[in-house]
Design a protein around this ligand. Structure first.
Ligand code: BGP
Length: 470
């Protein structure tokens, strides 16, 4: 379907430190909020993950070979500051310099996030983003990175503020596993926005060389079936999942329209949001200073009205049809029978990406330039019997998925949306926070037992499209 990439298109693969690095106990690294949590849960371990800490040269060589020109990585805060603050650990600093050098030497531009779901354990125990002290520590850590890693020219502050807040305090599938704690969720969102805004203001005030933005995952919410009541449920969910964060980031205010919906949710849940004097000035100042916007897109949701108590089941095993989500004062997620879903009940709807791109570009012009920083398809995949290093693993479904989403992106682009890059989630197979090792997304297959890399057919497809830019 997609025949050609625009010249100069950023064509990358995405990773996150904790999902790929492994080596969680070496070189003075401090614990994140995940280490003890995963151990107690006993389902899977963050070691060795994709052993990227040691094998990054292999993955970067593959990236080069298969036509990528960029990579998303994140810095693990606790490799540098084991407790989140204090003296930096040289071994951690050195590792990231080596990694960035390897990328640059191979023509792979690193796009670097400072925070991808891996809060330091000490700060997590002290309230994480709910504790405003955390914001100060984050800004100190950001400042250190901006001044130390001057070879990095493309920064993102925080990855997916909503997923973190929502998974920690609503869905309950990230530590500390609270369910429907609406006060904490909305407060965490606001505080993370502040942390982002302060880091951007610092970056611009100090005139560091490079560009900066943040990453939101956006999930358009459609009513199903289309009735006025269901439309209202969809609007409420949209305010909570998308509009609140987009407003805070690119308008520097929560608009009346958004706050009316948010207040309806807060009232229904006896919840409150605490905005301190000066907060909105910080957001306002940063709102025009982002150089670009990282947009992650996987799926839309379909919502219907609901007036009972909150309950949910998170499908973290890939047993199709087991998820449910009913949120008091918002609505319930429903299945649209016309929309295919994955084994993890994620809706497949490429047009949703087109819709959300058009919306961001018209409603949030301060987003300036957009990169799709994650998009991809999680599948259960196995190494075929008797596979050798030459075996190509067939993932036609993934190719079809990415192709359709690229088509949506290029259509939006042809209509004037300033979208200039795409990072597939994920570069190589890695572990999934709440799903473990059987939900694979990579262009490159990893046999986690041997750490051998194998090529998937999608990598060949990726390369063929890369060649159209030549
Ligand atoms: C995003 C995260 C990634 C990644 C991806 C896939 O929310 O930024 O870290 O995990 O989603 O999600 P999952 O692993 O739950 O399938």
């Amino acid at each position: 379907r997609v025949k050609k990439l625009p010249k100069g298109f950023v064509w990358g693969g995405a990773t996150a430190a904790y999902q790929v690095e492994g080596a969680t106990k070496v070189d003075g690294k401090g614990k994140t909020m995940w280490d003890d949590y995963l151990k107690a849960q006993g389902r899977f371990s963050p070691d060795p993950a994709s052993d990227f800490y040691h094998l990054y040269p292999e993955d970067i060589a593959l990236s080069k070979k298969y036509g990528l020109n960029a990579i998303r990585v994140s810095i693990s805060w606790t490799r540098i500051f084991p407790n989140g603050y204090g003296e930096p650990v040289q071994a951690g600093v050195d590792y990231y310099h080596r990694l960035f050098k390897e990328c640059l030497d191979n023509g792979i531009v690193p796009y670097v996030s400072l925070h991808h779901f891996d809060s330091p354990k000490t700060l997590f125990d002290d309230g994480d983003w709910l504790n405003r002290k955390n914001i100060d520590y984050f800004v100190d850590y950001a400042k250190f990175c901006f001044e130390e890693f001057t070879e990095v020219k493309h920064w993102f502050t925080i990855n997916e503020l909503i997923s973190l807040a929502y998974s920690q305090y609503i869905q309950g599938n990230f530590p500390p596993s609270h369910k429907f704690d609406v006060t904490s969720a909305i407060q965490a969102e606001h505080n993370e926005l502040l942390a982002h805004a302060r880091a951007v203001n610092l970056f611009k005030d100090n005139g560091y060389d490079g560009e900066i933005g943040l990453i939101h995952v956006l999930q358009p919410v459609y009513p199903y079936p289309e009735t006025p009541e269901n439309q209202h449920a969809a609007d409420l969910s949209d305010a909570f999942m998308n509009a609140f964060l987009l407003d805070g980031t690119f308008k520097g205010e929560y608009t009346d329209k958004t706050m009316k919906l948010i207040n309806e949710i807060l009232d229904a849940n006896d919840a409150k949001l605490d905005i301190e004097p000066g907060d909105m000035d910080i957001l306002k100042k940063a709102s025009t200073r982002n150089d670009y916007f990282g947009l992650n897109y996987y799926q839309p949701s379909y919502f219907a009205a609901y007036d009972g108590e909150s309950t949910n089941h998170f499908n973290g095993t890939g047993e199709k049809g087991t998820s449910s989500f009913k949120f008091k004062g918002v609505g319930q997620a429903v299945k649209n029978p016309n929309i295919p879903t994955t084994d993890w009940d994620w809706n497949i709807y490429p047009e949703g990406l087109y819709d959300i791109l058009k919306r961001v570009s018209s409603e949030y012009p301060n987003s300036k330039e957009i990169f799709i920083t994650e998009n991809g398809l999680g599948l259960k995949e196995e190494l075929p019997e008797g596979a050798t290093q030459d075996t190509i693993i067939n993932d036609d479904k993934r190719i079809d998925f990415v192709d359709q989403h690229m088509e949506a992106i290029l259509k939006a682009r042809s209509e004037g949306v300033n979208v200039n890059g795409y990072f597939i989630w994920s570069l190589q197979d890695q572990f999934s926070w709440a799903n473990g090792y059987n939900k694979r997304y990579g262009l490159f297959f990893i046999d986690f037992a041997t750490q051998k890399r194998y090529i998937k057919k999608s990598a060949l497809w990726y390369k063929a499209l890369a060649d159209t830019m030549k």
